[in-house]
Design a protein around this ligand. Sequence first.
Ligand SMILES: Cc1cc2nc3c(=O)[nH]c(=O)nc-3n(C[C@H](O)[C@H](O)[C@H](O)COP(=O)(O)OP(=O)(O)OC[C@H]3O[C@@H](n4cnc5c(N)ncnc54)[C@H](O)[C@@H]3O)c2cc1C
Length: 523
Amino acid sequence: MKRYLTDFDTRNLPVITVDTVIAGAGIAGLSTAAQLINLGIKPLIITKKQPSVSNSFLAQGGIAAAIGKDDDPQSHYRDTLRAGRGLCIEKNVRILVEEGLERVIDLIRYGVPFDRDEQGRVLLTKEGGHSTRRVLHVKDKTGTAIGSVLYSKVKDKTDFLTNFYLEEILTVDGEYAGIIISDGTQKILIKSKSLVIATGGYSPIYLRNTSAYKISGDTIGAAFRAGCILEDLEFVQFHPTALYIEGQPAYLITEAIRGEGAVLIDEKGNRFVDEMKPRDEVARAIFKKYSSGHKVFLDLRPLKEKGISIKDRFPTVYSLLEKFNLADKDLIPVSPAAHYSIGGIKATANGKTSVEGIFSVGESSCTGIHGANRLASNSLLECVTFGYKTAYSVYTYNMYKQIKEIKIRSESAGKDILNREKRREYLIKLKKTMWDLVGLERTEESLHKALSIVEQMEGELLRYKNNRYLIDLLYLSKGIILSAKNRKESRGTHYRTDYPEEREDYKKHTKIYNDFKIKLEVD
Ligand SMILES: Cc1cc2nc3c(=O)[nH]c(=O)nc-3n(C[C@H](O)[C@H](O)[C@H](O)COP(=O)(O)OP(=O)(O)OC[C@H]3O[C@@H](n4cnc5c(N)ncnc54)[C@H](O)[C@@H]3O)c2cc1C
């Protein structure tokens, strides 16, 4: 594996020096920034696109917290562990459900307009795997509502560099030293004491996914090159109900719609699964229907019979249906799509990774709170809870650190230039390989095939100079495939038809160390 993939000489680059840089302006990055600002640190935030182009702003269903009068964090804790199939890191789940409740109260105080009843009480909905109504929501635009409030809190108090990509993470003597960012025409060296990676997950590595434009997970590859341990990459959550129209993207239809009564039926009108089971089970039931030649629809009639207006309660879904002339239909064609990456950069609840000075939070990180399967609406909670905590550990880390002197020169091995079309071809081939061979169902044979395709692409791409983005995605994909190959059992979202049972000796986390050394370990 190559340590650096791009051409640069740090002595010739324009330099920005700050205390802390945050890569990513989704809810994880914005939450960390908001608390850092409270603590007196003004972070620089770099982001590929404006904050609204993120999975955070797409989140529909809501944010889970045991705020209801008959609920308590212990019950939320139990539900999270049950969904996680024995792989949750329990102490982090405890923090999530207890401190998370406090962070959700902060959001209410900051003015997030959660839906309320006539008496002003916050309304809660139910989602799969939760034993009670526990999900706060702002119609079906919860992510936008939370993200906008956080953005307005930080936007005038810190600096943003928008349309910039993180390309290289620089280390000196094994510790973080700076990053190189680029907007496609110019490169900038950012020197800082610490880096917070909040760049989101890697579900877009799959052809059919529910993700926002361009969020891809390449930074996880860059962090791996910098020495960060990656964890549990084989666990990818496939959402059961993405709109299924040939040739169109897999737009999400929130689970909350099933929580309010919509059911799943096949083309003969038969129900075939308990819609409120955890997502992996519902997604696989739908996948099996399609594999045996059936079709699957989300039946909205029960909702309408209850008097729930799709237009009022689920405006995002309604405008999606309008766009495809489905707004007056009762049956909506759906099928699963890659939705959430459970694995990522191994991090503590305070955001610390295995490399000094590099922190990670939100979907880019793996803190073990989701175990082998994420409970719905726990991820926004993760972003706000661990973002807040990460700010404190960045604060203490910075206190004892100096900005490092950096003298690094790198020359990429390749000489040729990869044009846009060729680059797109490689990207589609990779996404298709991941979808076809490393998707909802995996086997030793499919994984072996995927690995050889990925390694062949890696070999071919070495002749190109501008291959950084694709190589980082290939490193990430290789990590996912090796992790899935190594886990010879089925657990949560990871399903192997050749090993369909859970196995006690695999009740461990997959860790990938430098140069793809893979180990199963108890955390
Ligand atoms: C359609 C959809 C609906 C969802 N609904 C819910 C829900 O109801 N409840 C729930 O809890 N979860 C939901 N999720 C999951 C949840 O939205 C995400 O897990 C969460 O928002 C991730 O937040 P984040 O801040 O970690 O990353 P993101 O929101 O994905 O933000 C990533 C940020 O990093 C930036 N970035 C990425 N790469 C780079 C780079 N190389 N350089 C610079 N910047 C970079 C991006 O521009 C962006 O600003 C949903 C997800 C999707 C896709």
